[in-house]
Design a protein around this ligand. Structure first.
Ligand code: ZN
Length: 290
């Protein structure tokens, strides 16, 4: 009997017909270009930015860093970033191989941000606003004590200056390194939202991909109007965790903007290309009512 010509174990034999095919690797995108994670098309970075980081081919909305987001939303030349004095906290002395303060320091250096939020005074359609934009690149947009303080102070600023509050939310959830102190930020941020509401000021939140955990369970879902970007993943616990706990298969499209819109959890799914004008229309509508 003929023996198949098997590859010799221990020797590289990629050309052999029975050798594992392996992944076809694309060359790394050259510097100054961005690859769409939806369709794989590559763009010059500046052109992608001009398209608000939305792929013109497949429409995928890429993650936007907080400062870029604030620039996208504000009337030109009105954006003034506000930096609060925020102390560093490490209530548990958390160390998972890298001490928590070192992780924060590394995130600060990499993102050039103070913490998860970029808070800014700005105008949108000439309506004065406080923008509070989250950055997923800063420890997964997690809600620690300092981030909670940033949001609470953004609310205080809106109340003190009679500005509308616009929050762009993206988060992986609580900041596990702070334990229960992180969960307490949900109440703190909720109190800020209540102060804005009591002052008769509008609050609009925009849920962007991904938005999970304590952020979704508090201020992201407490706005007068809740908008979401297309196909954003939004929820509390992750789908896999829910399936394991409930021993049930989740419906298709569960925890997407469109699913939440169909179930009344968000007010509208808005393409990023018309997000700014949609918010401006809402703010002008609120101003006319007050
Ligand atoms: Zn694409």
């Amino acid at each position: 009997m003929d023996r198949p010509n098997l590859p010799v174990i221990g020797r590289r034999n990629a050309a052999h017909p029975l050798a594992a095919p392996g992944p076809k690797l694309r060359p790394v995108a050259p510097a100054g270009t961005v690859e769409c994670r939806g369709c794989g098309r590559r763009f010059v970075a500046a052109r992608f930015e001009k398209h608000l980081r939305v792929c013109p081919d497949c429409g995928r909305h890429a993650v936007v860093p907080a400062l870029n987001r604030a620039v996208q939303l504000a009337d030109s030349a009105t954006l003034k970033v506000v930096r609060f004095e925020i102390g560093d906290r490490d209530p548990l002395g958390f160390d998972d191989g890298v001490p928590y303060p070192s992780r924060v320091a590394e995130a600060r250096q990499r993102t050039k941000l103070q913490e998860t939020f970029v808070v800014a005074r700005a105008a949108m359609g000439t309506v004065p606003v406080v923008l509070a934009c989250m950055d997923f690149g800063f420890l997964g947009g997690s809600l620690g004590s300092a981030a909670g303080e940033q949001f609470a102070r953004a609310c205080d600023l809106a109340v003190a200056e009679g500005r509308a509050l616009v929050a762009v939310c993206t988060s992986g959830g609580a900041r596990m390194q702070e334990g229960i102190a992180s969960l307490a930020q949900m109440a703190r941020c909720s109190a800020g939202v209540v102060a804005v509401a009591r002052a008769g000021l509008p609050y609009i939140s925009i849920l962007t991909d991904p938005c999970f955990g304590g952020v979704t369970a508090s201020f992201a879902a407490q706005a007068d109007v809740i908008l979401a970007e297309p196909h954003a993943r939004i929820g509390f616990a992750g789908g896999r965790v829910i399936e394991q706990a409930s021993h049930d298969r989740l419906p298709d499209g569960f925890q997407t903007s469109e699913f939440l819109l169909a179930h009344g959890m968000v007010d509208a799914v808005v393409d990023r290309g018309v997000l700014r004008e949609t918010i401006v229309r809402l703010l002008i509508g609120f101003s006319a009512r007050s």
